[in-house]
Write a protein that binds this ligand. Structure first.
Ligand code: ADP
Ligand code: MG
Length: 974
């Protein structure tokens, strides 16, 4: 593996498929219990059996014992071809798996029982996992035929959401993580480089049990909690005293408690020593070792419990400061992996996913989840992408070869865990077989990353050759019934096969010989499972049967015989075939373990293939979707004609927009609803994210600084679908931003302040922006449809206004009109507002946003206040308008502020300030008759305004708000 990109193996994807598990609510104690959903109580050993433990039949007492050993799981107990469960567990299985609840009776009583067929176990397991159960599989570990008395059974595998290894239950596109979280209070030296001793620290260890990838990081507790949310593991094992409430986490997971002792220093070191020679040398912070130790001890327990997991070949430490910080909120609001649209829309990963193998797909996700912050490493990836982009033939060759690659990471894990069958080994060989051609395709590679990749593409010729010689090309699924090993691989096997073959040949020529000897033409030689080989002579010919024939079986029209020679041959054939099968199985296991010895090389190859697929993917997207190479490490951010990678795919004609932070670091983006503000801001963030992940970007050109963190705060109203529209949440996220953002951060504030009364919201938004402007210095995009905020930019030296233009009226003079989205105009006269989705310098043209806000039910007071601001600004403009301020507005279409039926063409707005000032003044008047619109407010309208004023927005749930709105509308209609 190459050094510079060594931890580019950032394989830190997670389950994004939702999985369907419900979150686990906390127990009363505040710490979530093992399996805690209401319907998923830990089973424990059945009471009814405990009461009669002494009298139970041997089988049930064996079951009871296994339940005692796995109190946190539903024990599925193999009985022949079924997995069975009894008592409460039976009821659970019957309910969750929708199978019939039956009973088992014995001398001690009647017990409820439910069973599922082993052949189909995966689908039942999935149902149990989805319902938040952990399942212990108790297999018969002794051949039922050979057992004397009770068959021995043992738990071979505990299946929980984070420890699934069955391919049928795994998502191939994403990694499934099991995590362990350890925390400790401040005070003592903590050995964590990232955290002062007086801060609480934590460590988070993760393992993908299906591939063996194991990583750990430590740091300040809040930072580690953030990392936990970003990784969204399927299951979290919590260390001593870690209060983790699954229902409060933003992802679905299972919280698992273990004996705190496994997290103790000595116990953890002991566990770790099964994986790394000198734990303390690899992980110097004790808290990291405790996390990994506790994690692996649980992983071992779930995988059968006898010793280390052979495919966890290393434990990798990583430093959160070496990647772009993207917390769960940012990942969500940028729709990197999950769409926020109710029905599920596009995501960033979906927009750029051109991977051709599962390895690449998971790596792509890992790179997007953890973009880089080191400009050299970023450029290294860009160099490789540029080269693959410039050489389409090599790129296509690479992709074609990669598409024949199997999921090498999971194959390697299966092989080393002795779960792989003969087909898996052939899949491995098919994967290895593409390596020489891949290397050839990269023969003239010039970029460092591709050259290093080429070097680390290890053909594993020895392994490839071994499998080719040993395993037949199209082996059967079963590995115990022969037909797996090639001829010529093992002398003894060849001899056995030869003996068998020779015996069969002898038998097949016997018929001919015996017919000649006896003169009976109808004589036949055959075979039955029960009686073995026989010679059959029909009744009329029985008098010609020779003396050496012994009667074996009598049929209606014939007799069957054998001879001593035939009997001897038969035994030879059968024993040769049985021994051959056994030897084949033995040989297979030997071959598999020889391959398993190369696990680390296989993993290194898998890593190289994953990187190559991801780089080729970036190049392919760049070619297909017209992305350009960004210059990274620039002083200020500048994007020419940028596009939103996801929206541009769904929009017929996407309007590119640029941004340039040369004018300052705070951009206030105004424009009415639906004009494109959110899309615009997000595209800036996505472009930065893509660039730092190593991808090219959707723009004509881009110069980007390296950002250390992307913060997003989306106002509550934009987040109703997410169900997180509480003002508290909004404010706490804002606090994070103010606290953690640096001059190197990128901050997106989208309609901040909407979760409370608007006036408060505006005040908060204003203060926040000022703080970021004065104290933080982060590149900030602040979108608002409140025109009120545009004067901020005028007040602050390093802030500037950008706005979205809107045209009003039906004309299609501007070609963009045709493609812009249209929305019904508030006016009744049939004119339409056309959104141009085009950003321009300066603040939005008028109170258009205020009108929209008013229509949307924004409290009257705020609407008035907003208008005051407009008036104020208009006055200021009238007296101090600078040439540039005037120029800013050149592209604005004239607009009329009416919202109450006045003829929009009546007063041609020479300067928008004039009309607006008059208009607002009129509105401000207490006398309803003195309205600038020349029309009195009706009493119903005034009632409605009163009611609106009284709404306590901060205490109103989204649903109540909708009801209120509906009610207000109804009152207006009456
Ligand atoms: P706002 O935040 O101003 O309310 P959005 O960014 O949510 O507006 O955009 C509204 C819709 O307009 C988007 O869903 C998208 O369909 C469309 N849109 C936004 N920006 C563009 C653009 N640059 N080109 C074309 N369509 C766009
Ligand atoms: Mg928006």
């Amino acid at each position: 593996m190459d050094g510079a990109d060594a931890d580019a193996a950032d394989g830190t994807g997670d389950r994004t498929d939702g999985g369907g598990r419900s979150a686990v609510p906390a127990g009363d104690s505040g710490t979530a219990a093992g399996v805690g959903a209401d319907d998923a109580e830990p089973e424990g050993p059945p009471e009814k059996m405990l009461d009669r433990a002494e009298e139970l039949t041997p089988m049930l007492s064996q079951y009871l014992e296994l339940c005692r050993g796995h109190p946190d799981a539903v024990v599925l107990f193999q009985v022949g071809d079924f997995y069975e469960a009894f008592c409460e567990a039976a009821e659970t299985v019957a309910r969750v798996c929708e199978v019939t609840l039956t009973q088992r009776e014995d001398s001690t009583g009647t017990y409820p029982m439910a069973g599922v067929p082993i052949d189909n176990a995966a689908s039942y397991l999935e149902a149990l996992l989805d319902a938040d159960y952990r399942v212990a599989i108790a297999d018969q570990v002794e051949d039922a035929g050979e057992a004397t008395g009770l068959v021995d059974r043992a738990v071979t595998n505990v299946v929980s959401p984070g420890t699934v290894i069955d391919d049928d239950l795994l998502d191939r596109a994403s990694a499934t993580y099991l995590a362990a979280l350890v925390e400790r209070g401040p005070g003592k030296p903590n050995g964590v480089s990232d955290a002062p001793d007086d801060e609480p620290v934590a460590a988070l260890a993760t393992v993908d049990v299906s591939t063996g990838e194991c990583r750990v990081t430590a740091g300040p507790t809040d930072r580690i909690r953030e990392e936990l949310e970003r990784l969204a593991p399927a299951e979290v094992v919590v260390g001593p005293d870690v209060g983790l409430d699954a229902s409060a986490l933003g992802f679905e997971t299972m919280v698992t408690e273990r004996d705190p002792a496994v997290f103790g220093r000595d116990a953890a070191d002991a566990t770790l020593s099964g994986y790394v020679a000198e734990p303390a040398a690899v992980l110097d912070a004790p808290i990291e070792r405790r996390a990994v130790g506790g994690l692996l001890s649980y992983a071992e327990y779930t995988q059968g419990g006898d010793g280390a997991l052979p495919y966890v070949s290393r434990v990798q430490r990583y430093d959160l400061r070496r990647s772009l910080r993207l917390d769960a909120t940012a990942l969500r609001s940028l729709e990197v992996f999950e769409s926020r649209q109710p029905g599920g829309g596009g995501t960033l990963v979906g927009a750029v996913d051109r991977t051709v193998c599962a390895l690449g797909r998971r790596r792509l996700e890992a790179w997007l989840r953890r973009p880089l912050v080191d400009d050299e490493r970023i450029r290294r990836r860009h160099d490789a992408v540029a080269e693959l982009l410039d050489r389409p033939i090599a790129r296509e060759a690479v992709r074609e070869q990669l598409s024949a690659v199997y999921d090498l990471e999971r194959l390697a894990a299966r092989i080393s865990q002795e779960r792989a069958d003969a087909r898996d080994l052939r899949s491995l060989r098919a994967t290895l077989a593409v390596v020489p051609e891949l290397k050839a395709a990269l023969d003239d590679a010039e970029s460092a990353a591709l050259r290093d990749l080429r070097t680390s593409l290890d053909e594993l010729g020895d392994v490839c050759d071994l499998i080719g010689r040993a395993i037949v090309p199209d082996p059967p699924q079963e590995i115990t019934e022969g037909g797996v090993i090639c001829d010529g691989f093992d002398d003894e096997l060849d001899e056995l096969r030869a003996a068998e073959r020779e015996g069969r040949e002898w038998v097949s020529s016997l018929e001919e010989r015996e017919r000649e000897r006896t003169g009976v033409d109808s004589l036949e030689v055959g075979y039955t499972q029960v009686h073995g080989y026989y010679i059959e002579v029909t009744n009329p010919n029985l008098d010609r049967v020779p003396d050496d024939y012994t009667r074996r079986q009598t049929l209606k029209n014939a007799e069957r015989f054998y001879t001593p020679e035939l009997k001897r041959r038969e035994e030879e054939i059968l024993s040769a075939s049985e021994r051959a099968d056994a030897l084949e199985y033995e040989t297979f296991r030997e071959v598999r373990s020889r391959v398993a010895a190369e696990t680390e090389r296989l993993q290194a190859l898998a890593d190289a293939l994953a990187r190559l697929d991801t780089l080729a993917t970036f190049a392919t997207v760049a070619a297909d979707a017209d992305y350009v190479r960004p210059a990274v490490g620039a002083d200020t951010l500048r994007i020419d004609a940028g596009r939103h990678p996801v929206v541009e795919r769904t929009q017929d004609e996407f309007v590119p927009n640029g941004v340039d932070f040369a004018a300052g670091h705070v951009a206030v983006v105004t424009g009415p609803n639906m004009s494109g503000k959110s899309t615009y801001m997000r595209q800036v963030a996505l472009i930065c994210l893509l660039a730092q992940a190593g991808s090219f970007v959707p723009a004509d050109a881009a110069e980007l600084p390296i950002v250390d963190r992307i913060f997003t705060r989306v106002g509550a109203s934009d987040d109703i679908a997410g169900g997180q529209s509480t003002f508290m949440r909004e404010m706490s996220e804002l606090t994070d931003i103010l606290h953690d953002a640096t001059a190197e951060s990128l901050v997106l504030l989208d309609e901040v302040g909407r979760g409370t009364s608007t006036a408060d919201g505006l005040a908060i938004a204003r203060a926040t922006t000022e703080f970021i402007h004065d104290e933080v210095g982060a590149a900030t995009l602040f979108a608002t449809h409140y025109h009120d905020l545009t004067d901020l930019a005028a007040d602050l030296p390093n802030a500037f206004n950008r706005h979205f233009t809107v045209s009003k009226g039906g004309g299609a003079a501007d070609p963009v009109h045709a493609s812009g989205a249209t929305a019904p105009d508030p006016d009744a006269d049939g004119t339409e507002v056309t959104f141009l989705h085009r950003v321009a310098d300066g603040p939005a043209s008028s109170s258009y946003g205020v009108e929209v806000a008013k229509l949307a039910g924004v409290p009257d007071r705020v609407v008035s206040r907003a208008r005051e601001h407009i008036t104020h600004e208009a006055d200021a403009d009238a007296t101090t308008a600078t040439p540039s301020a005037a120029a800013d507005r050149v592209d604005e279409e004239p607009q009329s502020p009416d919202d109450s039926g006045a003829d929009p063409t009546a007063t041609p707005p020479a300067h928008r300030g004039d009309t607006l000032a008059a208009y607002v003044e009129g509105l401000e008047s207490d006398d309803p008759d003195d309205n600038a619109n020349g029309r009195a407010l009706e009493s119903a309208e005034r009632d409605v305004l009163e009611a609106l004023r009284d709404v306590e927005v901060a205490r109103t749930t989204p649903l109540e708000a909708l009801n209120t709105l509906e009610d207000l509308q109804r009152r207006l209609d009456e």
